[in-house]
Design a binder for this molecule. Structure first.
Ligand code: NDP
Length: 298
């Protein structure tokens, strides 16, 4: 079998076009643009790249982008004061603090200071709780993007056997919750799981969110399974190249011989994460204005 490639870049492109159209409708109804504030503390190179990309994507989707760049040695109280201001700013619908934070800053306290109704990353404990009990809230962007690609490809997931490898708060746990809500039978695997290969072999759906290059091998994959590879790992440079190749947590070529469908790295889950961030921001804007989002719009 040769797997079909799930093209996350194309999927995200379509979603962003749709978001752009709905955002323009929002603007004409609300008399303002939906707004996303991104807070970057310090000058981590990778975070700079992400923040710039988020800003560009926000503007391209007819929304307002507010970027706050703060020095790495900012006092926690000053960062909390900025978040307080953004919580109260009616032009700001979504607030995102780029992680990881440098120095002594208390990440949990800072996430807790974002209003849950503007927490478009879905990291606030209130939103984690809402997801756990099935209430409307914000779901972390990466797992929600994975879920959109899975349901687009497979339709109804009822009764499917799903294995999520990884149990982080931002990917693994919410992913498992979403699959459970879609009536899949879910196993969460992690570093203490015994005989992971055997666990994965039983799965119709495998979501890999580990951070270990090509750890999941082709012969672990059930014939006909669907594979979502969240991992982004850079290999050491080869043949004098400046940078090494990016690979996922799944050995792509091997797995593609057994799976029915698989996301590539890069070009799979990655592009969906920003698209879903824009989606969550627009959903927040409709809620904040007390307007109704057109049915099935996003
Ligand atoms: P974390 O490091 O927070 O979590 C990794 C998880 O993998 C942990 O639950 C850990 O288990 C588990 N794990 C580690 N080693 C093994 C092993 N040998 N066997 C089984 N499980 C193992 O990572 P994240 O969830 O934040 O990210 C995972 C990957 O996804 C990374 O490569 C990251 O770069 C990528 N990522 C990609 C995004 C995108 O937009 N595409 C967004 C977010 C992340 P334990 O809990 O027992 O330690």
């Amino acid at each position: 079998m040769t797997a079909q490639i799930i093209d996350g870049k194309a999927f995200a492109g379509k979603l962003r076009d749709k978001i752009g159209r709905v955002a323009a409708e929002f603007e004409s109804e609300a008399g303002r643009k939906a707004g996303l504030a991104v807070v970057l503390v310090g000058s981590d190179a990778a975070s700079e790249v992400y923040v710039r990309a988020k800003g560009r994507a926000t503007v391209a989707a007819n929304m307002a982008s507010f970027q706050h760049r703060l020095p790495a040695d900012i006092a926690q109280a000053d960062l909390l004061a900025l978040l307080e201001r953004l919580n109260g700013d009616p032009a700001v619908d979504g607030i995102l603090v780029q992680l990881p934070l440098p120095g002594e800053l208390d990440e949990q306290a800072i996430i807790a200071a974002i209003s849950p109704d503007k927490d478009v990353d879905g990291f606030h404990v209130t939103n984690a709780g809402r997801l756990a009990v099935g209430q409307e809230g914000f779901v972390p962007c990466t797992p929600l993007g994975c879920m959109m690609m899975l349901t687009d490809r497979m339709g109804d997931l009822s009764g499917k056997s799903a294995v999520v490898v990884g149990r982080s708060n931002i990917v693994g746990k919410p992913m498992a919750q979403l699959l459970l809500d879609a009536n899949a039978t879910v196993t969460i695997a992690h570093s203490r799981t015994k005989d992971l290969a055997d666990v994965v072999r039983g799965a119709d759906i495998v979501v890999a969110a580990v951070g270990r290059p090509e750890m999941i091998r082709g012969d672990w994959i059930k014939p006909g399974a669907t594979i979502i590879d969240v991992g982004i790992n850079r290999l050491p440079p080869e043949n004098g190249a400046e940078k090494g190749r990016l690979v996922g947590d799944v050995a792509f070529a091997e797995a593609a011989e057994h799976a029915a469908a698989i996301t590539p790295v890069p070009g799979g889950v990655g592009p969906m994460t920003i698209a879903v961030l824009l989606r969550n921001t627009l959903v927040a804007a409709y809620r904040n204005e007390g307007l109704t989002l057109p049915e099935n719009a996003l």
